[in-house]
Write a new protein. Structure first.
Length: 205
């Protein structure tokens, strides 16, 4: 029987939880884009601050892994998980920044459903991170994230169909497509995070 010797190092788990909580904040800012009359420039500034805070957490994880002799799980997996969480936040910042820069005020009908998927997946990811300590009760996390990603794919196709049905001007289509694609990439990145968690759990089981 193989025996794993791992340190009692809680900092990594705390930082991963902190990183995922940034995603909840970011998804909440993205959702506020749908509020009537919201100040898009102010939201973009708020999102920029949130993204910088998330970057600081990512840097803290990298510094910790580089200064820790024995890590709680494989270094490569720690890098992948930190990078994956950071990618999600970057895509969410792109969404908010693009809306502000393009001066977009109206969105396709199915866009609200896509933002809901983003929020649900972000919340589930934040709830799952503390469970890395024990590697228990994680399977339903990555299964549900996969289901949400599939739902996001369906929403994405509906949104694109709406954009290209002739009701939007060409310039509107280009602007909205950029924004819609960034949301889709954020959801895909959340699935990548879940896949990394699954790989870690399998290795550590």
């Amino acid at each position: 029987m193989r025996i794993r010797i791992r340190p009692v190092e809680t900092s990594f788990y705390d930082l991963f939880t902190e990183s995922a909580n940034h995603l909840v904040t970011g998804a909440g800012i993205v959702a506020r884009l749908l509020e009537p009359g919201v100040d898009k420039a102010a939201l973009a500034a708020e999102m920029n601050d949130a993204e910088h805070a998330a970057d600081e957490t990512t840097h803290a994880i990298i510094r910790l892994v580089n200064s820790t002799f024995v890590t709680p799980f494989d270094r490569e997996d720690i890098y992948d998980l930190a990078s994956g969480l950071d990618d999600v936040m970057d895509y969410m910042e792109e969404v908010v920044d693009s809306v502000a820069l393009y001066g977009v005020h109206e969105f396709p009908e199915a866009f609200a459903g896509q933002i809901e998927v983003l929020q649900r997946a972000s919340n589930l990811t934040a709830e799952a991170m503390p469970r890395l300590r024990t590697m228990k009760d994680l399977e339903e996390f990555w299964i549900e994230i996969n289901r949400l990603e599939n739902e996001g794919d369906r929403n994405h196709r509906r949104i694109l169909a709406d954009l290209f049905d002739g009701n939007y001007k060409a310039m509107q289509v280009l602007k909205l497509k950029d924004i819609v694609e960034a949301v889709e990439q954020a959801i895909d990145a959340l699935e990548s995070v879940a896949n990394t968690v699954e790989q870690i759990a399998v290795k550590e089981s």
